[in-house]
Write a protein that binds this ligand. Sequence first.
Ligand SMILES: NC(=O)c1ccc[n+]([C@@H]2O[C@H](COP(=O)([O-])OP(=O)(O)OC[C@H]3O[C@@H](n4cnc5c(N)ncnc54)[C@H](OP(=O)(O)O)[C@@H]3O)[C@@H](O)[C@H]2O)c1
Ligand SMILES: [Zn+2]
Length: 360
Amino acid sequence: MKTTASNPRMARGYATAGADQPLRPFTFERRSPNDEDVVIDIAYCGVCHSDVHAAHNAWGMSHYPMVPGHEITGVVREVGKAVARFKKGDRVGIGCFIDSCTTQGHRDRDHEHYLPGLVLTYNGFEPGSKAPTLGGYSDSIVVKEGYVLSVPEALPLDAAAPLLCAGVTVYSPLRKWQVGPGAKVAIVGLGGLGHVAVKMARAMGAEVTVLSRTLKKRDDALKLGAKAVFATESPATFADLASAFDLVLSTVSGDVDWNAYLGLIRLDGTFITVGVPDGPVPVSAFPLIVGRRRLAGSYMGSIKETQEMLDFCARHGVTADIEIIAIQDINTAFARVAKSDVRYRFVIDLASLDKEGRAS
Ligand SMILES: NC(=O)c1ccc[n+]([C@@H]2O[C@H](COP(=O)([O-])OP(=O)(O)OC[C@H]3O[C@@H](n4cnc5c(N)ncnc54)[C@H](OP(=O)(O)O)[C@@H]3O)[C@@H](O)[C@H]2O)c1
Ligand SMILES: [Zn+2]
């Protein structure tokens, strides 16, 4: 346990105070656990590009102070009286949300993350209060049992952390669009989400092509399981691959010409974006009409899907390729994520908080 005996609810972490501010050490109090809560000592937290977007208020909905982080793995410290599935010492994970609408029927529909009432792991508000939710760039978190994932023994806690967002965000559309043996799938952007998508689509039996801006990551992409790699900076790519794919999954965080990518899809195929460019993306009607193509988005994944994804990864040996950092290096890591200078996910080792001294 990394907290002081004087107040076990005190947590240490890193927070940003505003869109143009760096992350700095931050001490705060976690809520007291209720009977259905699990208290978790956080071991690792992935650095998602969404953390960078959110910290800089790129989507205009950030509030501060913000402790980012929604790719959390750790170990159970304590459970409430009503908790049945977890006990002290269990290996667990927390993803992008920690509560959702409890209206009868909603949880059964397995898409609680698309319904009103979703409580994000950070940059949200604790249910029924104005207290901000504070994320995984910290040493502990208190979460209702229903939103805690079990991390299979086969998955190391550090390389599994990015699966809690990057993993499920790409697993969900690959499953929804029934990717399986023989499917021709293109993954656009070889970053945190993209590299896991290549591994998963391959494990599902698809023939995977990576579309990266240049060929600099070609060898990596082939090792991850891609059959071919093309550079999107080259206009010839779009001519050579016209109507070649059943599914194009874009994980790109910047602005690209979606019309060009739509031309890569066969009759009745689908372009799905999980990447969130900062600005609006113009789409022409013609590439959709000619080829009866579909344009779709996909948002994270349900708790049920997230557990299914972790179990799938354990069975198929899928984890993220990671670079472990100390939390003191988080601002450098943010700058490197913005420049796509990471292969392929930064993961914070929260033990590095011990260098900051103890919370009290
Ligand atoms: N839908 C959801 O629920 C969800 C969940 C998590 C994240 N996201 C979003 O998904 C996106 C990717 O996240 P990530 O963590 O994987 O980010 P990342 O590690 O930075 O990867 C993004 C990749 O996109 C490509 N890229 C970046 N800027 C580009 C540009 N201007 N033009 C073309 N390609 C560009 C790069 O690939 P190459 O170097 O190979 O070209 C880069 O590696 C972010 O926008 C994030 O907010 C969405
Ligand atoms: Zn994320």
